[in-house]
Design a protein around this ligand. Structure first.
Ligand code: FES
Length: 178
């Protein structure tokens, strides 16, 4: 009995040693656009920087302006790859995002103000279009803020918040970003 348990334990150890998801020799991690070799064993198939909130510590560099409901303009600096909804929330701009960017509401509705940016943004998906159809005050330049991914091509982007959005919450609750 003891022998068979020890044998199973040894086999399990052998399996774990030989089936690591990313072997040492191939464990190259992309860090800040440079590749570096690591002697660490990584059991994840995604890049380390995709875990946790590492990017939250990086300063933003891409200028994005928000025109608020009262007409005031807030200048922000977006991080490369940051979605406009998160950027707005970082600067306490009241873009709501009730579904937390899961493409299930219209509370991140905004207008892309300058035509030159219309072509620089990827076309809205069918899901985004379907949701936008339900947004109050829909316009030709309407987009969902959670679907706008900011990159350096969008330097100077201006987003205007609509007069109202349709909120799932009847008590006026505004969800906070996690
Ligand atoms: S936050 Fe709900 S669709 Fe953008």
């Amino acid at each position: 009995m003891l022998d068979s348990l020890l044998q199973e334990k040894t086999m399990l150890g052998e399996i774990l040693r030989t089936t690591r998801i990313i072997p040492n020799a191939l464990n190259m991690i992309k860090l800040n656009n440079n590749f570096r070799l690591s002697n660490q064993v990584c059991l994840s198939t995604s890049f380390k920087l995709n875990h946790g909130d590492h990017d939250d510590a990086l300063p933003g560099t891409i200028l994005v302006k928000f025109i608020q409901k009262d007409g005031s303009i807030v200048e922000t600096k977006a991080r490369d790859g940051e979605i406009a909804l998160r950027l707005a929330q970082r600067y306490d701009i009241p873009m709501e995002g009730a579904c937390e960017a899961s493409l299930a509401c219209t509370t991140c509705h905004c207008y892309v103000e300058d035509e030159i940016f219309w072509d620089r943004l990827p076309e809205a998906t069918d899901e985004e279009e379907d949701l936008l159809d339900q947004a109050p005050f829909l316009d030709v330049n309407s987009r969902l803020g959670c679907q706008i991914i900011v990159n350096s091509d969008l330097e100077g982007l201006v987003l205007r918040l609509p007069r109202v959005t349709k909120n799932f919450y009847v008590d006026g609750h505004v969800p906070q970003p996690h």
